[in-house]
Design a binder for this molecule. Sequence first.
Ligand SMILES: Nc1ncnc2c1ncn2[C@@H]1O[C@H](COP(=O)(O)OP(=O)(O)OP(=O)(O)O)[C@@H](O)[C@H]1O
Length: 371
Amino acid sequence: MGAREPSPRPARDAGGGLAVRDVVVRYGDASRAGKRGGTTAVDGVSLDVADGEVLALLGPSGCGKSSLLRAVAGLEPVAAGRVLLDGADLAGVPVHRRGFGLMFQEGQLFPHRDVGRNVAYGLQAARVPRAEQEERVRELLDVVGLAGYARRAVVTLSGGERQRVALARALAPRPRLLLLDEPLSALDRGLRERLAVDVRDVLHETGTTAVFVTHDHDEAFTVADRVAVMSAGRLLQVAPPEELWRSPASRQVAGFLGYQAFVPAGAFVPAGAGGADGAGGADGGELLAVGPTGLRVVTEPDGAGEGHGTPFHGVVVGSVFRRGRAEVTVDVDLGAGEQRLVAIADGVDVPGEGDKAVLALDPRGCARVPG
Ligand SMILES: Nc1ncnc2c1ncn2[C@@H]1O[C@H](COP(=O)(O)OP(=O)(O)OP(=O)(O)O)[C@@H](O)[C@H]1O
């Protein structure tokens, strides 16, 4: 499935899809929520997922992502608010009548069934004729890159293969909505990254409407058409990945996305006529969020070239070579006190530990956020 061409996105129906309105999820004694005993896990969340859209729910551990997903699934009662699908309120509709697919961190395959019979599970339950089941199983195994695996015992599969089977099983009955809760979290990093691309392709190819819960922003950005950032039970921002990255709504969102430092926007003084895109200009109390590639080791005296700002001076603490370039840890004051930050050394000599380094902000790796 990784090799296949991404298929065009299906047309979206403006009126269809999932609508979450002011949803509250509480655990424990609701009357004591916020004081003693009760926890408000989801605190008045509203969002929409259009037909055929993949939305990632992103946030730190404990922010309420799973609780919101479970409330949408009908696995958790909604203390307030409404969940609607295609305009129909789902209050009182039990889990098994919602027609949703669910997929969790551990695929929870049936160990005594082979791969094909795992994928066919929902089809059997829906009494789909045998020949149709077999055809659908073949089709789904092909989509998830496991063609020919139907007779394999699930115990012989790798972790990644199991999650592919779990995805095929969840998709087989053509769910109206697929809910995925950290489906890749149990896998190692490399596999997770590859599988995230595959999951995105499969969801697009099958035109599946989906909500994908993750705490990993790279994964959210890879899989989703839009990303909803949650914190402490509330939604902070919902935007397509690029927009979210370019324009985080707050320092909190930027910090969660991996922006490493926040400095007064005036710290960036564009060098040379014309300045630089994105980070220059009057700040109006704004902060400059410095991303993982927003600080660069440069060479003097031309360090301020290539759109970089006025140089800063830092002291090198160490460096690692990763993903084809050197990441140099430096102690530097960018205008908000001394901080330990990572600077990219690309096309320049990598300074050694204890050396002084000339550094510059690269506006292409920075974003402005409200102060
Ligand atoms: N069954 C439960 N009973 C009581 N409190 C719960 C229950 N499930 C979750 N919580 C609490 O609700 C809050 C939100 O939990 P939730 O699992 O929804 O967060 P999350 O963002 O999915 O976290 P994680 O990524 O760690 O799974 C947390 O404070 C958690 O302790």
